[in-house]
Design a protein around this ligand. Structure first.
Ligand SMILES: [Zn+2]
Length: 305
């Protein structure tokens, strides 16, 4: 009996000693669809969660191949944060494939970061998706606009509090600190782009209306004929003519799109192609949300000079 008791006590001691690593293993496990959402989620969770993005930053988020490795990533997640607006509908396939009831649509751990935001280019009539338009619910690229970050982080916070209410105070504190830094940066960004109010730019994929509108710039056309639909020769001819007429000098291009085509259009129109980040990590070494916006603001300001 005594031996048994000793054994039990020493097991308890071992258990207690393991307590510290066990606690860190109990971090919340959060998956996000995009790297922007990963960075914005980390701004809320600090070190109480491990956050992983499902899409790589240089991938076209509209068109992600769902691999079994993604489902493995999601199998043990406590929460899944999606962009919504049909940018990442593949996340549903992953959630179901992972057989994880925590993160399927409608579960408390399923968080749509777009809730309540003012959607640009929302269609007035039903968009026929068989035509290939990849923005059938309006423009989904709102995270490129830093002015959306307060609403997005609020959605993330409220969603995470549903599954981890004990962390509410920490989440709110972290978010406030992030918003302070964002506010300071916003002053800098607005000043950097203020001299170019009203300037027109062309884009490769229609993903910049939120960013450009925020800073008083104008997206005057895209190399793609419609989102997800490649250009026809007629479209390109018209685009080049309008660029010449309006003296548009800049095409914003993202790493995952067809650069050669953007270069050809730029050459014909007497403009230049400027590489911008479609999300956190899309350009090497730019690894946080604030740094990504910073990079894009500087790149656009430099190009418009
Ligand atoms: Zn898009």
């Amino acid at each position: 009996m005594r031996r048994f008791l000793t054994l039990t006590l020493s097991l308890a001691a071992v258990w207690a000693a393991l307590g510290a690593p066990a606690a860190s293993a109990q971090k919340l496990r959060v998956v996000t669809s995009t790297t922007d959402l990963k960075s914005l989620t980390e701004a809320v969770t600090g070190d109480v969660a491990d956050v992983e993005a499902m899409a790589r930053p240089n991938q076209n988020p509209h068109d992600l191949e769902v691999r079994p490795s993604l489902m493995v990533k999601v199998r043990r997640a406590d929460a899944m944060i999606v962009n919504g607006l049909e940018l990442d509908s593949w996340a549903d396939v992953v959630a179901h494939g992972a057989n994880n009831p925590n993160v399927v649509p409608g579960a408390p751990g399923r968080i749509d970061a777009s809730r309540g935001i003012l959607v640009l280019e929302a269609p007035r009539t039903r968009v026929d998706r068989s035509m290939g338009d990849v923005h059938p619910s309006g423009n989904p690229h709102y995270t490129l606009d830093p002015g959306m970050a307060p609403a997005v982080t609020q959605n993330i916070l409220e969603g995470l509090v549903r599954i981890a209410p004990q962390h509410r105070a920490a989440f709110e504190r972290n978010r406030q600190q992030f918003l302070t830094r964002l506010g300071e940066a916003m002053v800098r960004w607005s000043a950097a782009l203020a001299p170019f109010k009203g300037a027109k730019v062309i884009v490769d994929h229609n993903m910049w209306p939120y960013f450009l509108t925020r800073f008083g710039l104008v997206q005057a056309g895209s190399v793609e004929e419609r989102p997800g639909i490649p250009a026809t020769p007629t479209h390109l001819t018209k685009l080049i003519a309008s660029m010449k007429e309006d003296k548009i000098k800049v095409i914003l291009a993202v790493p995952w799109a067809d650069h050669k085509l953007a270069e050809r259009v730029a050459e014909e129109a007497g403009a230049k192609v400027v590489l911008v980040a479609n999300g956190v990590g899309a350009i090497k070494g730019i690894d946080t949300y604030l740094d990504t916006i910073d990079y894009n603001v500087k790149a656009v300001a430099q190009a418009l000079k």
